[in-house]
Ligand binder design. Structure first.
Ligand code: ARG
Ligand code: GLU
Length: 722
């Protein structure tokens, strides 16, 4: 009996260990450290995060705001995703040197390319400052006053808390306003491009394979951090020298197998794991379907033109990929939430919560929360739907309307901030819009407008719909707007914006394109936004108290991690396959064989460079093949990641680099709202594939020589005695 209990306990630990979670690196002691060791980790919490000694966190900077990178040499070499470095690779490309198509490799340091505006930011220190942030807040009664006081405290503390002159303070909220943590950071500004594979490796599979397993993408690029002579951040200068990191990751070429321990460090952007069931229901039934419908229509129009016209394809490829990325994610998320019964699971959690509240005698503080949620989410439903439709249709996917909205804001600036501000913004706009119109096709956008205004008039909640758009003939409106509006080309909009303030305003307001924007924006700002903000503020307050209750009433052993907020986190799990559907089983590792299987000569998504095919045919994999002589490409594991974790290091039990995170599996993208250990997996490029591409494909021995690579021990051939 005892033995069975022990077995059961071990089983529970194993299962629990895969429940997801994104943990604060300075708080791993105790629960996480033990669990990580149970899973196979050989490091201590102190080796991952330490204030005084160098630790793993010193090798994991945030890359340019939205991605993660890791330091892999003592000369400041960093690795991130190809899709994170994409804009920089593109900006160095010309017709003569097309680095997106052909790849780029600096064979000596002098050849590395500087990137204006790109920054890389390290965490120096993490400190709880909750008491300081909440000083003087408890006595305030209204939620708006509380928020204001908190913001004041934060901006004051950012100024006065101790730091070196070249560092920054930044205070972030955790657990929905129940905890505040200070991050002292160091931001480097001289970041140079060192290497990138051709897109046919770095973006292999493109949109078709995006969010999909099995995957065969070598999604990596290399940069180097430069610092001043004192190893401190500095603007670009030829005097700068390679940064000497406090820590860099050795790279393991030993490979991974199913059930190996993995850990991912990085800067996950946003999750909502503690939403009440009412909010999840709304996402599944109303909000995601509406956003998907809008993008679906826009993508179909763009795709139709891109297939027929190569010039349009070049103009729209990147925009299309941007729209498609979250369109596809929301579809996967919605399916996953349904399939995993996330709403029912949340309801069960809420029932348990209510019982705990009663048992603890805390009805006064927590007894009404769920009823409040129910009331507020019901009340906000139409406002939230209108907000998402307005934002997807006017601000995001109809380009003419999104430009028109900039003019709408310009008009507001005149009213609110006066003539000088108006002129400054107007000049900025004129300068900035050139790039936009370079990739704008009025023919494509007219069709998008027609489709999306059609959806708007049908799906926008009737009580907020401007009367001119009731039963509108979207086609006629589109034809008229695109034939007469000045927003359809750079020359025309410049002309519109030229002249005296009064004349510009008059021209704007007479423009049929601007009139549509103004109708939508006015209706939104007058009829939707104020009430939405009012109810949303209530939800924020309720969520904070709910989170407090969850933290207070859960047992010590409960694994309650704070939602992602773009701060440094640690997540861990195991290399593991999964079952996406009945009778289908996915293995956890892909190989170069799969690249060749997917190869479509000349295709923009599935072409393969000749050199890679040659290396494959010759089985010329250098020291990087696995023990069966196969070249691994990517693998999946149970690490809980989200957007922002792109480029994150995947580490083994000893803290060596085994891969580079770049995506999640489609069936598991609901992990931003509900993590299911059954189907949530993160996708990583295998470190061996990265080394193979740098070494054998690019012949960049200079880069290989800079790295600390741990090779598998040579097999000793022991002659057997007869
Ligand atoms: N889905 C990945 C991430 O959100 C990769 C996106 C870039 N790749 C692409 N094919 N669009 O963001
Ligand atoms: N591709 C995502 C990024 O750019 C990471 C994938 C995810 O959302 O998990 O951050």
């Amino acid at each position: 009996m005892k033995f069975i209990k022990l077995l059961l306990l071990l089983f529970v630990i194993q299962i629990q260990a895969q429940q997801g979670g994104m943990w604060i690196p300075s708080l791993l002691k105790g629960m996480n450290e033990n669990e990580m060791k149970t899973l196979g980790m050989k490091l201590t919490a102190e080796q991952i995060y330490s204030v005084n000694k160098s630790s793993l966190k010193d090798a994991v900077p945030q890359f340019d705001g939205g991605c993660t990178a890791e330091v892999i040499s003592d000369k400041g070499l960093i690795l991130t995703n190809h899709h994170c470095g994409y804009d920089n690779i593109q900006s160095h490309s010309t017709v003569e040197h097309d680095y997106l198509t052909d790849g780029f490799w600096a064979y000596k340091m002098e050849d590395e390319l500087p990137n204006k505006g790109v920054v890389v930011s390290f965490v120096v220190r993490i400190e709880d400052v909750t008491t300081k942030v909440l000083e003087g807040v408890a006595t305030l009664t209204s939620e708006a006053e509380k928020q204001k006081k908190i913001q004041e405290n934060i901006s004051n503390l950012n100024k006065i808390l101790p730091k070196e002159v070249w560092q920054e303070n930044s205070i972030r909220t955790f657990y929905d306003g129940n905890q505040y943590i200070l991050f002292v950071t160091e931001t480097f500004k001289d970041i140079r491009l060192v290497g990138a594979p051709p897109s046919s490796i770095g973006k292999f599979g493109s949109d078709t394979d995006n969010w999909v397993w099995p995957r065969h993408t070598g999604d990596f690029s290399l940069f180097r951090i430069y610092a001043d002579k004192n190893n401190r951040p500095a603007e670009y200068s030829t005097e700068n020298v390679p940064y000497k990191p406090k820590h860099f990751f050795p790279i393991s070429a030993k490979g991974v197998k199913e059930n190996d321990f993995t850990m991912v460090m990085g800067y996950p952007g946003r999750t909502q794991e503690y939403l009440p069931s009412y909010a999840v229901e709304q996402i599944v039934n109303d909000l995601n379907p509406a956003k998907i419908e809008v993008r679906d229509a826009a993508l179909k129009v763009q795709d139709g033109f891109m297939r027929k016209d190569n010039a349009i394809k070049i103009q729209y490829a990147s925009k299309y990929a941007g729209i498609a990325n979250y369109w596809k994610k929301w579809i996967g998320e919605t399916k996953g939430l349904k399939k995993s019964n996330a709403v029912a699971i949340k309801q069960k959690f809420e029932k348990d919560f209510q019982e705990k509240v009663i048992k603890a005698g805390k009805q006064a503080e927590y007894g009404n929360l769920l009823a409040d949620f129910q009331k507020n989410y019901t009340e906000i439903n139409d406002y939230a739907l209108a907000r998402d439709l307005f934002s997807e249709i006017a601000l995001r996917n109809t380009e003419l309307l999104s430009v028109g909205y900039k003019l709408y804001q310009l008009e507001q600036i005149l009213t609110n901030k006066g003539e000088q501000a108006f002129w400054d913004r107007k000049n900025n706009l004129i300068n900035g819009l050139g790039d936009f119109y370079k990739d704008f096709s009025a023919t494509v956008d007219e069709k998008v407008f027609e489709q999306l205004i059609g959806i708007y008039s049908k799906k926008y909640p009737k009580q907020f719909l401007p009367s001119n758009l009731e039963n509108v003939d979207a086609k006629t409106l589109a034809t008229n707007v695109y034939a007469t509006s000045k927003l359809v080309s750079y020359d025309k909009i410049k002309e519109l914006l030229t002249g005296e303030t009064k004349a510009v305003l008059e021209k704007m307001n007479n423009d049929p394109g601007f009139q549509v924007v103004k109708m939508l924006a006015d209706s939104f700002t007058k009829n939707v936004a104020p009430k939405y903000d009012e109810i949303n503020l209530k939800n924020i307050a309720t969520q904070r108290t709910y989170m407090k209750g969850i933290l207070e009433l859960s047992p010590k052993s409960a694994r309650i991690f704070p939602d992602a907020n773009s701060t440094l986190r640690v997540t861990y799990g195991k290399v593991k396959g999964y079952k996406p559907n009945d009778a289908v089983v996915y293995e956890p590792i892909t190989y170069l064989d799969g690249v060749i299987e997917k190869y479509i000569p000349g295709d923009y998504e599935f072409d393969v460079p000749k050199k890679l095919i040659d290396l494959y045919n010759a089985k010329d994999f250098g020291k990087y093949a696995d023990k069966n002589g196969k070249m691994p490409v990517a693998f999946i594991a149970t690490n809980h990641t989200t957007g922002g974790n792109s480029g994150s290091p995947a580490l083994d039990a000893n803290g060596n680099l085994i891969g580079l995170n770049f995506d999640r599996v489609w069936e598991g993208t609901m992990s931003d709202i509900y993590y299911s250990p059954e189907i949530c997996r993160n996708i990583m490029v295998d470190a061996r594939y990265i080394l193979f591409v740098i070494d054998k494909y690019a012949g960049a021995k200079n880069i290989i020589n800079e790295l600390k690579i741990i090779y598998p021990a040579e097999k000793k051939i022991i002659s057997k005695k007869k």
